[in-house]
Design a protein around this ligand. Structure first.
Ligand code: NAD
Ligand code: TYD
Length: 349
């Protein structure tokens, strides 16, 4: 099996690449990544020399490049994670999200279709990794299921919703072997420190203020990133074509409670007086169109394929804090921009 994983130098993609490279020595894993600000090859240092791993630098928006790559390598499957992923950036620059998330996805679908439709095709699966944000915002009660109607509110979620629709359209129209999963908020090692949890870990470390949007009452359903990667493995290998699975941790927290817990964990880890980190919390102007609540019902995945989250949030958050404190160099390189020296890596066959 030659599997193309897109966005493998990013947060979740790097965990998926690591899992597949280590667990499946007989597969060849190609990691295609443009290395935008969110891509960092240091995320994959531990597996970069493995014989079944190859890195390809490239842009999924470049159709000619993508078509050539698929023709040359004759992949058997695609796991597509490459995306612009930060809601706040999508509010400032929506078009970038349309290019990568929508056009990039359609370019990959077109290239995969050529392989799938060829005589004697060995192309088996197009797996599209998506988000629960496509479902919009919940009130105080209820959960997103796989049949919840799409109702995206941010340019990010609108672009992901659009890409999901294209993937389903290619399954229905061209009979492509597509599957989709929609996952809740991830946290864990290698998370880029513009997102809530790693941003606050970094700020607490440096005694800087912790910016909480609005009143901190928005609710997110947090899942440890390695549990997401495990779910992707299970779905990739065992689901039926045309299926959608929701992935989530049954783990709802208001933002303010997440940050209070983080402050308490880091009081201990940094030997600071109990309550001192909480003083860094600062309420700032709310995000435009800020979704109130996300909550995922992942019963279908648990019943069909036996997946369930492995970690309690408190334990996962403590592991995450430990990782950031032990990987100071990674964090410093990311916050200083030093990691971008990797940008010059080129694809060689
Ligand atoms: P990320 O921003 O950390 O990583 C994205 C990766 O894609 C980066 O390595 C970047 O260099 C690459 N990339 C961006 N544009 C590209 C392009 N045009 N061509 C090739 N590569 C490109 O994102 P993430 O948080 O790891 O999310 C990965 C996927 O999972 C995304 O599709 C996202 O929508 C989805 N998702 C994320 C979460 C979450 O909580 N982070 C939850 C559910 C689903
Ligand atoms: P984020 O990590 O950006 O993920 P998403 O928007 O995809 O859910 O944000 C998580 C929650 O934290 C979201 O409700 C917005 C909020 N937030 C803050 O309060 N302050 C911040 O500085 C950031 C980045 C997010």
């Amino acid at each position: 099996m030659k599997i193309l994983i897109t966005g493998g130098a990013g947060f979740i993609g790097s965990h998926v690449v690591r899992l597949f490279v280590n667990k499946y020595p007989d597969y060849t894993i190609y990691n295609l990544d443009k290395l935008t600000y969110a891509g960092n090859l240091a995320n994959l240092k531990d597996i970069e020399d493995k014989p079944n791993y190859k890195f390809v630098k490239g842009d999924i928006v470049d159709a000619e490049f993508i078509n050539k790559l698929f023709k040359a390598e004759q992949f058997n499957a695609v796991i597509h994670l490459a995306a612009e992923s930060h809601v706040d950036r999508s509010i400032t620059n929506p078009l970038e999200f349309v290019y990568t998330n929508v056009i990039g996805t359609v370019n990959l679908l077109n290239a995969a279709k050529e392989l799938y439709k060829a005589e004697g095709s060995t192309f088996k699966r197009f797996y599209h990794v998506s988000t629960d944000e496509v479902y919009g915002s919940l009130g105080e009660t209820g959960m997103f299921t796989e049949t919840t109607a799409y109702d995206p509110h941010s340019p990010y979620s609108a672009s992901k919703a659009s890409s999901d629709h294209f993937v389903r359209a290619y399954h229905d129209t061209y009979k492509m072997p597509c599957v989709i999963s929609n996952c809740s908020n991830n946290y864990g090692p290698y998370h880029f420190p513009e997102k809530l949890i790693p941003l606050c870990i970094n700020n607490i470390k440096h005694n800087k203020s912790l910016p909480i949007y609005g009143k901190g009452e928005n609710v997110r359903d947090w899942l440890f990133v390695e549990d997401h990667a495990r779910a992707i493995d299970v779905i990739f290998h065992n689901s039926k074509d045309g299926t959608t699975y929701n992935i989530g941790g049954h783990n709802e927290w208001t933002n303010i409670d997440v940050i209070r817990l983080l402050c308490r964990i880091m009081d201990k880890k940094l030997n600071r007086t109990e309550g001192s980190n909480e003083k860094l919390i600062t309420f700032v102007t709310d995000r435009a169109g800020h979704d109130l609540r996300y909550a995922i019902d992942s019963t279908k995945l648990q019943n069909d394929l036996g997946w369930k989250p492995s970690l309690q949030f408190e334990e996962g958050l403590e592991r995450t804090v430990d990782w950031y404190l032990q990987n100071e160099e990674w964090l410093n390189n990311v916050t200083s921009g030093e990691y971008q020296k990797y940008y010059n890596v080129q694809y060689t066959r």
